[in-house]
Write a protein that binds this ligand. Structure first.
Ligand code: FNR
Length: 386
């Protein structure tokens, strides 16, 4: 109704919700460095393109006369009730995209009851973003908060960050495994990661007491020294499967491993007692030439059958149909990355809300038009593979 009436008043929505066009017009709001950080991917962009091609290869097979007039998108993910099987993926240093950054995203997500996953590389403290979530939340209980960990090799810093996140009310820990160093990203390399390094100066590790205790001068006075302490702490592969109990010891909620592609790694996550995984290739930003994340999903789902480990998905979601395809292949919910940040670039909090509302409306309509009432009705039989 909102859309029909706007049309009568000669008002059209402020921008398209098609992912590609959204990105193209976000470019107009950003300088080249910021747009490169946001839209860019690893190497030649092959995996970024593969993510989209995989969605294109999978087509929905609509069912008729099923009475899908009244639909219910609600679901529960790892004990968190959600209005739809959609979360906001962790995106670091959102101050590069818009000065209102993570608090604006948090308010927009919370106003729709959606869960935002806050990145360790947030440009605002996790406490400030938790507060923004409460402000934006429509109901008094507050929208749920998830926290994404880039796992530092300094246990004291790690425990300090996790303790802060728990105290600030974050319930679920998402541990990103695929970014133990930044990949070869031409768009960022061309600018020596300058927007990122400038933005990260206010990020969570830099505000952490345990991190600051190891510095001669605070980051505000000597950013270079802080960056040189931060880089080796957050790079390297010395955090292996047998270190996961350390995280369990310092986190009493669900733990999700993000960046899983191989079925054997999915199985290892189950063996390690993890609660969930995110099948993700980081939106094609890490391994150039890696398989499409959607193609990795069925193998991971099969590997975890009967274990109770929940499978989430990201990388390439742009439309309601994309969400349905991932659900049909066995994902419990999806995380959306770049699209909401394109909305942030356009219009701060309102821009994020517009993109998310549009995605939810598209999802709701497409669910109904394929003949379904709830997201969990979808099965691989609802897809045709070209
Ligand atoms: C990311 N991603 C990411 N992931 C993570 O675990 N921590 C982070 O700080 C970031 N930062 C980040 C910044 C930007 C600008 C982008 C685009 C992505 C990856 C993100 O969580 C997710 O996996 C992808 O964005 C999903 O792909 P789409 O939806 O962008 O195609």
């Amino acid at each position: 109704n909102e859309i029909y009436l706007h049309g009568l008043e000669d008002r059209v929505p402020p921008f398209t919700t098609d992912g590609t066009a959204l990105g193209a017009s976000a470019r107009a709001h950003l300088d080249a460095g910021a747009f490169g950080y946001l839209a860019g991917s690893a190497g030649s962009g092959a995996t970024h393109r593969a993510n989209r091609e995989a969605f294109d290869r999978h087509r929905l097979v609509p069912r008729m006369l099923t009475d899908a007039t009244h639909r219910d998108l609600r679901t529960t993910v790892l004990g968190t009730p959600m209005p739809a099987p959609v979360l906001l993926a962790p995106l670091g240093v959102q101050s590069i995209v818009h000065p209102d950054a993570e608090p604006a995203t948090a308010r927009a997500a919370a106003s729709l009851g959606l869960t935002m996953t806050l990145s360790t590389a947030s440009s605002h403290t996790l406490e400030d973003v938790a507060e923004a979530t409460s402000e934006g939340s429509a109901d008094a209980a507050g929208a749920s908060r998830w926290f994404q960990l880039y796992w530092p090799n300094d246990d004291e810093v790690c425990a300090s960050i996790l303790g802060r996140a728990r105290r600030a009310g974050y319930t679920t820990l998402v541990v990103t495994l695929d970014t133990w160093t930044l990949a070869w990203r031409p768009q960022d390399l061309d600018r020596a990661y300058l927007p990122f390094i400038r933005g990260v100066g206010t990020a969570i590790p830099f505000s952490d007491p345990a991190f600051r205790a190891g510095l001669a001068k605070p980051p505000e006075e000597d950013l270079a020294a802080a960056v040189l302490r931060w880089v080796p702490m957050f790079t390297g592969t010395d955090r292996s499967w047998d270190r996961l109990p350390f995280l369990r010891e310092h986190w009493d909620g669900p733990i999700v491993l993000k960046g899983i592609q191989h079925p054997d790694d999915a199985r290892r996550a189950a063996d390690a007692g993890m609660d969930g995984i995110v099948v993700s290739n980081h939106g094609g930003r890490q391994v150039d030439g890696a398989m499409a994340s959607l193609d990795a999903l069925p193998g991971a789902v099969r590997a975890l059958e009967g274990t109770g480990v929940e499978v989430l998905f990201d990388s390439g979601i742009r439309t309601g149909a994309d969400v349905l395809k991932a659900l049909a292949l066995g994902a419990r919910a999806v995380l959306v990355g770049r699209p909401f940040a394109y909305g942030l670039a356009h219009g701060g909090e309102d821009g994020v809300r517009h993109v998310l509302r549009s995605l939810l409306a598209d999802l709701d309509l497409t669910l109904g038009l394929t003949g379904h009432r709830t997201p969990d009705e979808l099965t691989p039989g609802d897809l045709h593979l070209r």
